[in-house]
Design a protein around this ligand. Structure first.
Ligand SMILES: Nc1ncnc2c1ncn2[C@@H]1O[C@H](COP(=O)(O)OP(=O)(O)O)[C@@H](O)[C@H]1O
Ligand SMILES: [Mg+2]
Length: 256
């Protein structure tokens, strides 16, 4: 397993969000996590990325526990993510936002340095062209010089995918990437996620849009009431009586 969530518990005050969550994610798949609003999907991402500790239990990545690691160490270990509410530098261009995502891969770090020697300039040139290719990859090439804050909300999410992709993640966690996208953009997003999988990246996906989840996922975990109540292929979870009872049965296609 690439990622193992083992007996994870997490509460906020008296609210028990997770009470023994068990999920295993194999390498190379598109793995969706679904469950009603407030089920704790984003909280799970916060715990995996080191922004929030579990109260109990363990999260293991490539066989090692992530317990106690800082978010930047987890990112350097190959876990990238986007946020439900995009976290971009609104006053920087799209290109600059992606260049910032490249910083973990730079040697001399032109971003931090006021001194612009030749090596730094070469690195900056490399970062600029790499970032341009990534913008092209996520479908934002024509917006390279636009300020991130001026992009429509849905496209800010795509820019976040680009920034995360710049870190060459092995595991990429996307928190509701389709929110705010139109139908054409959703088709583009589906193809982008499949291309990322084809390059060997494992995708952990939170998504409200059930059409996307059922179409592109290899595996789905359904969380409900603090536990994973079903895992398997889209066909398996859709027909699992536990899932139908708990969740998909009511308002099918809208909840997530
Ligand atoms: N930092 C926090 N402090 C207090 N409550 C929180 C915090 N983060 C999440 N919650 C609560 O935990 C529950 C799960 O939230 P969340 O993980 O965002 O759910 P989901 O992403 O599945 O909709 C919600 O009831 C939410 O209000
Ligand atoms: Mg959420």
């Amino acid at each position: 397993m690439l990622l193992e969530i083992k007996d994870v518990h997490r509460s906020f005050g008296g609210l028990k969000v997770h009470r023994g969550l068990e999920i295993g994610v194999e390498a190379g798949v598109i793995f969706a996590v679904i469950g009603p609003n407030g089920a704790g999907k984003t909280t799970l991402f916060q715990m995996i990325s080191g922004l929030l500790p579990p109260d109990k239990g363990d999260i293991r990545y490539r066989g090692s526990s992530l317990a106690g690691l800082e978010p930047h160490s987890i990112a350097l270990a190959g876990i990238g993510r986007t946020f439900q509410t995009p976290q971009l530098f609104a006053d920087l261009t799209c290109l600059q936002n992606v260049m910032i995502g490249l910083h973990g891969r730079l040697k001399s770090g032109f971003l931090a340095s006021g001194f612009r020697g030749r090596a730094l300039r070469r690195e900056e040139d490399w970062a600029r062209s790499e970032a341009m290719q990534i913008l092209d990859y996520v479908g934002l090439k024509n917006q390279a010089s636009m300020l991130a804050g001026a992009l429509p909300f849905g496209r800010q999410r795509l820019l976040e995918v680009g920034r995360a992709w710049a870190g060459k993640p092995n595991l990429l966690m996307l928190d509701e990437p389709a929110a705010g996208l139109n139908d054409v953009e959703i088709e583009g997003l589906k193809s982008l996620i499949r291309r990322m999988r084809a390059e060997g990246c494992t995708i952990l996906l939170i998504e409200h849009h059930m059409g996307i989840v059922m179409d592109i996922s290899d595996r789905i975990a359904v969380i409900h009431d603090g536990l994973c109540i079903s895992t398997g292929t889209p066909a398996h979870v859709q027909h699992d009586p536990k899932v139908i009872d708990a969740y998909l049965g009511r308002g099918r296609g809208r909840a997530a």
